[in-house]
Write a new protein. Sequence first.
Length: 362
Amino acid sequence: MLDAYTMMLIGISAAFIAILIAVVVFMGYLRKILSIASFMGPNATIFAIGSKYTEIENMEKILEMSSVAEVINDIKKEGYTIENAENADVEIEKKMIEMMNEVIAMLPEGTQEFAESYMLKYDAQVIKRILRAKAVGVPKEKIYETIYSCKHISDIVINHMVEATSVDDSISALDATPFSRVIEIWNEKNSLHAVDTAIDAIVLEKLIEEKSKLDEDSMEAINKIMGIMIDVYNLKVLIRGKLMRINVEKYLVNEGYEIDSWKIKTLGESRSMEELLGNLEGTSYAEIRDAKDAFESELILDRILLNKAIELGMVYSTSSGPTMMFLISKEYEARNLKAIIKGFQENLDKDRIWKLLVGVAS
């Protein structure tokens, strides 16, 4: 039989263990509560700003307007101030980036760093715009009207690229940027399509790298939405590759949501577009089999991404879900506005403009 002293020690030890377990559990809850609290302000701002022009009802309303001036007056209320209708594309993009940066500055540290990396895609957009213009001989002054400096693509880099006498020299200006890898790809392939695709892959790879640094509470939502982004990217690359009859395997990115590395391999080995689309059976992307052409299939994929981002943004509304929802939906909102204004300026049929838009039911 145990003596009283031993019994007392056992009792004290049991009490200590119970207290330790309670503290661990409490600290877990406390960490969760602190994480939720850190997102409350940014998420409230995100939901207040919204992305009005990705909602079908609002898109229909703006298409019913009678002039570009009326459209510009309406979108001003949502922060898109357009001074020059002829340069509306660039002004909309710059206002979108400004809104994104204001929200990013409010985010908790880890998610803020990830979101800043997300903005690399707008550096990529400027680079691709310059290279395409240089390739077809657009005058320098016209190129300058369509671009702007970003975080990594500074005015110095832009000037070097635009003033270059050839596409080769323009690409060489990327040597000291996160996109330096495309110099080798251009030298090897001499293909702007290969460069474009590699630039997009670099952005995704950087996001995957930053995602790995997130804390547990932020990771889950970003993991899922990033996975869908990667799926959509890979499917677009595969479809374009099949149409152009080129091997795009080296530009595919792993860590997709439904399209894992095994599925990517199967899709990449498809001998025809029909076989590739047939191999999507059982995934969320199977509906692109009904697309009339590659352009429509890409629009369907964009709509899937937008819908999923909004859905998961609501599911993970107390963590990083709204951040990803905001970044993705604002991009599509800006794209919709640019398509609508350009369509009005070119007197396109409104049904035709509608088919270019990416939206969700409100």
